[in-house]
Design a protein around this ligand. Structure first.
Ligand SMILES: Nc1ncnc2c1ncn2[C@@H]1O[C@H](COP(=O)(O)OP(=O)(O)OP(=O)(O)O)[C@@H](O)[C@H]1O
Length: 115
């Protein structure tokens, strides 16, 4: 059990490190807060809450994984290398893809409440 609690502590430390290091994650937390406020204001349904929470979790987690990959690449090499750049670009592309999808999902959910 103590090993479980310890690994939970490491994970929390990882979240804190990612938030401190990555400006994008701070922005994502800000957007998530706005979405939560809008969700309460428009009183979205339970299903819509689940979809919104899933989107926020997936986008934030993908940004954290992107940050971990960037750190790993920098650990392996600080030299400018095409492969290192490609790895970082692919990881960043994954975040962009999920963020765009989540933006569209958010628009689909909130559009009928706003207009
Ligand atoms: N080692 C590298 N070799 C080649 N291209 C790189 C390398 N590191 C980063 N890049 C390119 O720069 C982009 C941004 O990378 P990253 O966010 O790590 O910033 P950086 O260029 O390393 O500079 P900094 O970390 O100081 O902001 C990557 O998506 C990639 O295209």
């Amino acid at each position: 059990m103590s090993a479980f609690i310890r690994s939970f502590g490491y994970a929390i430390r990882g979240i804190v490190a990612a938030v401190r290091e990555q400006r994008n994650i701070k922005i994502l937390f800000g957007i998530a807060l706005l979405v939560v406020v809008a969700g309460f204001y428009f009183q979205v349904t339970n299903t819509e809450w689940c979809i919104l929470l899933l989107c926020m979790g997936v986008v934030t987690a993908s940004e954290m994984l992107n940050s971990a990959i960037e750190n790993l690449v920098d650990l392996v090499t600080r030299e400018r290398m095409p492969l290192a750049g490609k790895i970082k670009d692919i990881a960043a592309g994954a975040v962009l893809l999920l963020s765009t999808m989540s933006l569209v999902i958010g628009a689909i959910i909130f559009w009928p409440y706003i207009f």
